[in-house]
Design a protein around this ligand. Structure first.
Ligand code: UGA
Length: 327
């Protein structure tokens, strides 16, 4: 049994990773600041499930606040942690255009604060959640990890670029073992309400207009949250410094996703096409040969199955989920 620190433990991916670590018999300290990115009810729902576990401790704090992070390590982190999994972030692509500062504070300063703790407390492993949106629109697909990421299209992607760079510096200077995971549009039960699949399910289920940015032909390599959690835990092995894609390797269009949701809900979408968003990348597709090789990882859940499970979750939780504010 080892102890891990998971930041963003109330978040979509963070809570799934914490859950898996707990199921594997580990101890987890989960931190989260319950940022106003979206409905706190959803975060509370996720944390409540984790708290059912005696080996889970929750600490509310903001990783961007250096004194709070230092106090956590000084006062709470006993026994020492085997790894810091930094899954706390402001993560919406389009909203980052409106408030880039908050993205920078959490994603860059927050990462820096945690890297410093990893250095001072000699934490053996650091995992950073990064993004497929770093590949922009100028790279050949499928995206390989060594593609050029110098032209991010959103402040969010740029902030993750900076966080990745800091991770390398800490690896270089302090020999910290860091794995950067570039996640590809993660979806699933209790997902983020700013993201397409959550919104489309709710809008179709409730008979509301389904807002599509652009013509819906944009593609994403949508990846199911349980596959992502498994890949993240697999990345806890010592690897030096590596950047690894975790994607489904099966891109589908937004229009196709809507068709699948219509099928599982047995209702037609009222589609409203709006302008494409300039910060959106036109398509993503992960080359996952590195994840196969280094992590022995393979996605297991098809988009059909994943959407089916996500629709089922919505139906089971409809009573409270249908009235959450959408950011
Ligand atoms: C997602 C996550 O939000 C990021 O945190 C993550 O870093 C990124 O994936 C990634 O791959 O790394 P995004 O691809 O924008 O970003 O995911 P969605 O919000 O699910 O959007 C997918 C597509 O649906 C986009 O083209 C978007 O414009 C479109 N969309 C979204 C709509 O047409 N309508 C909506 O209401 C929401």
């Amino acid at each position: 049994m080892a102890q891990y620190l998971v930041t963003g433990a109330a978040g979509f991916i963070g809570s799934a990773v914490a859950q898996l670590l707990l199921e594997q018999g580990h101890q987890v300290i989960g931190v989260d600041n319950f940022s106003e990115a979206y409905a706190p009810e959803l975060k509370a729902w996720r944390v409540q499930r984790l708290q059912a576990h005696p080996r889970f401790r929750f600490v509310r704090l903001d990783i961007a606040k250096r004194d709070e992070v230092a106090a956590l390590f000084r006062e709470m982190v006993r026994p020492a942690v085997e790894a810091i999994l930094n899954l706390a972030a402001w993560a919406g692509v389009r909203r980052s255009v409106e408030n880039p500062w908050i993205y920078y504070e959490t994603n860059v300063t927050g990462t820096l604060n945690l890297l410093e703790m990893a250095r001072s407390y000699r934490v053996p492993k650091f995992v950073l959640a990064s993004t497929s949106s770093l590949y922009g629109k100028h790279n050949p697909m499928p995206y390989r990890e060594d593609a050029n990421t110098d032209r991010p299209l959103s402040p969010y992607a740029a902030s993750k670029k900076a966080a990745e760079a800091l991770c390398y510096t800490y690896h270089y200077l302090h020999d910290l073992d860091v794995t950067v995971l570039r996640y590809f549009t993660v979806y699933g039960p209790a997902g983020r309400p700013d993201m397409s699949i959550f919104r489309f399910i709710r809008w179709i289920a409730e008979g509301e207009p389904v807002r599509i940015y652009g013509d819906g032909t944009q593609k994403r390599d949508f990846t199911y949250v349980e596959d992502i959690a498994r890949g993240t835990v697999a990345a806890l092995r010592p690897l030096g410094y590596e950047v690894i894609n975790l994607g489904n390797d099966r891109p589908v269009s937004v229009n196709r996703v809507i068709e699948l949701i219509e099928g599982y809900l047995g209702r037609k979408a009222r589609r409203v096409y709006e302008d494409a968003h300039p910060a959106d990348v036109p398509a993503t597709w992960a080359d996952i040969s590195k994840a196969r090789r280094l992590l022995d990882w393979e996605p297991n859940v098809s988009i059909e199955n994943g959407i089916k499970k996500t629709v089922e979750w919505y139906k089971e939780n409809r009573e409270w989920v249908h009235q959450l504010p959408l950011p």
